[in-house]
Design a protein around this ligand. Structure first.
Ligand SMILES: Nc1ncnc2c1ncn2[C@@H]1O[C@H](COP(=O)(O)OP(=O)(O)OP(=O)(O)O)[C@@H](O)[C@H]1O
Ligand SMILES: [Mg+2]
Length: 367
């Protein structure tokens, strides 16, 4: 997977700019607030049709433009493709691949795979389960469009069921609809849980290996995927998971009606991370947290590579400056073998060590 070049117009602080990338390492440098992260955001946009920063596309439109445009020449499956994305205030987003308009952003899935990592991703270790589900969902969705569809169907059902539960006193006439949503959520959970169990174990196995190297053999990272309490073996076939999910749902109905919240289904799943047997969330040091989060992301990249036979583009935002030189070297060695875009504020020092192309950004212009 390669992004050969990208053109931006009306995107964030770019009026009109073009960048050509090296197939290996690209170091994107410049002072603060010049557009480095914005450039990575645009590349990420090409992989899934939306931003990693905002849920509202219009936030990414330049303040003095009506429309933002991203166009790029990419290489995947040994062929070249052109992707064009346009969106703006009050206009529907359009995505074209080789001149043909896609019906939904989901159809973009798999054309350009990308893994993004920034300092906020330390939340994967430090915060609640939603960050870890996001990592898992992001990885599986890029590889299995069927999973992406199941996740969006599940969140629609979840929203609707939550609304009925929340309004249970004002609108009791809607309560009979609950069964329908329970059925849908149990069926979709059974499908989602199988995928999650499988990919969580792949990612964790790789992450554990990377983390061990990263820490010079000192730390052992392990992980355990957890879903609803009636399921002890998430690898069971969906047909055997279904009755267990239904049992869990039945036993939580009363509590759901009392609390007014959805209490049963895969929306509460977690992947618990342990370092040397202790839960990382409560016990890991800053350095261990950073190393573990980065190991999980690099593992995601390797899992995608093994599955698709092509290395996804790696987008690293501001991560090197936080590491000591030994760990920087480890990262730089570990990331070779695919296309990488790294941002950093430092001068050319890091770029010289990577041997990569240096891309200098100043106020939305690219040199
Ligand atoms: N929609 C927008 N329109 C115009 N400018 C924007 C928009 N959104 C963000 N910006 C501006 O883009 C500038 C560059 O942001 P970016 O996050 O890319 O900086 P950066 O080079 O990564 O800086 P840092 O080194 O501090 O991380 C910021 O000054 C920001 O205010
Ligand atoms: Mg930045």
């Amino acid at each position: 997977m390669l992004v050969k070049s990208i053109g931006l117009s009306g995107f964030r602080n770019y009026d009109g700019a073009r960048a050509d990338f090296d197939p290996g390492i690209n170091v994107i440098t410049g002072d603060n607030a010049q557009g480095k992260t914005n450039l990575l955001e645009a590349v990420y946009f090409l992989s899934c049709g939306h931003s990693f920063r905002t849920r509202r596309d219009r936030d990414a439109v330049n303040f003095s433009f009506d429309t933002a445009r991203i166009d790029a020449d990419i290489e995947s499956d040994g062929r070249e493709h052109k992707i064009e994305i346009a969106f703006g205030n009050g206009v529907k987003k359009t995505i074209k691949v080789n001149g043909v308009k896609l019906k939904t952003a989901a159809e973009l899935s798999g054309r350009l795979t990308a893994v993004f990592f920034c300092p906020d991703d330390l939340e994967i270790i430090k915060e609640g389960p939603s960050q870890r589900r996001r990592l898992l969902d992001g990885c599986i969705s890029q590889l299995r469009p069927r999973y992406a569809a199941a996740i969006s169907a599940y969140s629609r059902a979840y929203e609707q069921k939550s609304r009925i539960l929340r309004d249970r006193r004002e609108k009791p006439e809607l309560l009979p609809l609950l069964n329908e949503y329970d059925d849908a959520m149990c069926r979709l959970s059974a499908e989602i849980i199988r995928y999650r169990a499988f990919f969580a174990s792949l990612i964790c196995e790789k992450a554990s290996e990377i983390h061990r190297e990263f820490s010079g053999g000192a730390d052992e990272l392990t992980a355990k995927y957890r879903t609803v309490s009636t399921i002890t073996d998430p690898f069971l076939p969906a047909s055997e998971l279904l009755p267990l999910l239904e049992e869990h749902q039945r036993s939580h109905r009363r509590a759901e009606l009392e609390s007014g919240a959805c209490l049963s289904g895969c929306h509460k799943d977690d992947v618990e991370i342990f370092i040397n047997g202790q839960p990382a969330k409560g016990f890991a040091s800053q350095g261990q947290t950073r190393t573990a989060a980065l190991s999980l992301k690099l593992a995601e990249r390797e899992v995608i590579k093994d599955d698709k036979g092509e290395t996804p583009v790696l987008l690293l935002d501001d991560v090197l400056s936080e590491l000591d030189p030994i760990r920087q070297n480890f990262v730089l060695n570990r990331i070779s073998g695919g296309q990488v875009l790294i941002t950093c504020c430092e001068d050319a020092r890091i770029a010289n060590r990577t041997g990569g192309r240096l891309i200098y950004i100043e106020k939305g212009t690219i040199r």
